[in-house]
Ligand binder design. Sequence first.
Ligand SMILES: [Mn+2]
Length: 436
Amino acid sequence: MRPVRLREFMEKLPAGSVAVIPGGREVRRNGDTDFEFRQDSDFYLLTGLNEPDCVAVVAPSHPVHQYVLFVRPRKREEEIWTGLRTGVEGAVRDFGADAAFDIALLDQLLPHYLGDAETLYYRFGLHDHFDQQLIGTMRRLREMVRSGVYGPGTIVDPSVILHEMRLRKSETEIELMRRAASISAAGHVAAMEACRPGMFEYELEAIVEYTFRRCGATCPAYPSIVGAGFNSTILHYNTNQEKIDDGDLVLIDAGAEYGGFAGDITRTFPANGRFTSAQQAVYEAVLEANEQVIRMIRPGVSFMALHEEAVRTLSSALVDLGLLAGSPAEAIERETYRKFFMHRTGHWLGMDVHDVGRYRTREDWRILEPGMVFTVEPGLYIPAGTESVPAEFFNIGIRIEDDVVVTEDGCEVLTKDVPKDVRSIENLMKGAAGAV
Ligand SMILES: [Mn+2]
């Protein structure tokens, strides 16, 4: 039985086209050790096959082989070391391929599938090794022209079909994302409960990732960020090696991967369980932006309008806090808010943490539709020494990030299980302290 998303992709491919979708390869970490394998997201979506060195050929107009998998063959002597493989038999039996072959035969057999194709769907620039291999195949096809071989005259990026599909999650996919989000939430709650001044950032990282794995996640969806004090103001800090001091804010941006889908949550909390008044003031400004944006989300709203709303909310807060001179309108006009809020308010979320899908169509910014999943993550960052800022605001880095799915009449917040208002965070941390 062919996977659901593959069938959908096949229906959308124009007659006479063939799509070639390579899977991921093993990547060397150091010495003779590889990174843990992670399948290419497009390939995994279409095939459900989680092994390296595979290629899918999708040819809806082919008389018999409309879906072909090239895979690593089963070899007893290699399987002893690296585990059982699907093999060519399993690719047909368990993964719905019409035919399957040893990946070593790809060069020899690919011209057969591309020979009569009008259009080749292939995404260049993603898999360098395979780009070269495919260019070789195209060259050989051209050399066969006098024997009547036709060869594709057009090459199209399959993302025009595939990534539009990935942008709108199915109910099954949303269910996996709910699980990824709730596991991610559990990791954040565990870190808040465990945090004490004097701990090191890596201890919280370990608690977060331990919780992910204990709850059944495959792995973190991206390197976890645990930054205390000054480090909370560094957007992609992830060395996580410093000591957490009394009075620091701790910013954790971490998400679990489950079933091939990513969670992506950021929370910020006081190391000692109590916000200072400056920390609380900035925190509540960011929270207001987060909640204001979430309230706006429904079908028909422009993705860009969400960012503009966050900019408006944060700009007026910065003026109110005395951190920006002039009016909120001037802060927006002259973009002075960017001194404290320098990133976008959110991104698509799915199999990749920064998921695929265009943010603009040819006409305008993307209009939200049910099934789209993205993050809402306004933030404010004030490193020590920031010009014309009172010292009480130094080293306040705050980001509050939730994952949402657009529904028929609003949105569902997938990450609602982690507290985010000041009192709930303080109560959670106080309760945990009492229990120790
Ligand atoms: Mn994010």
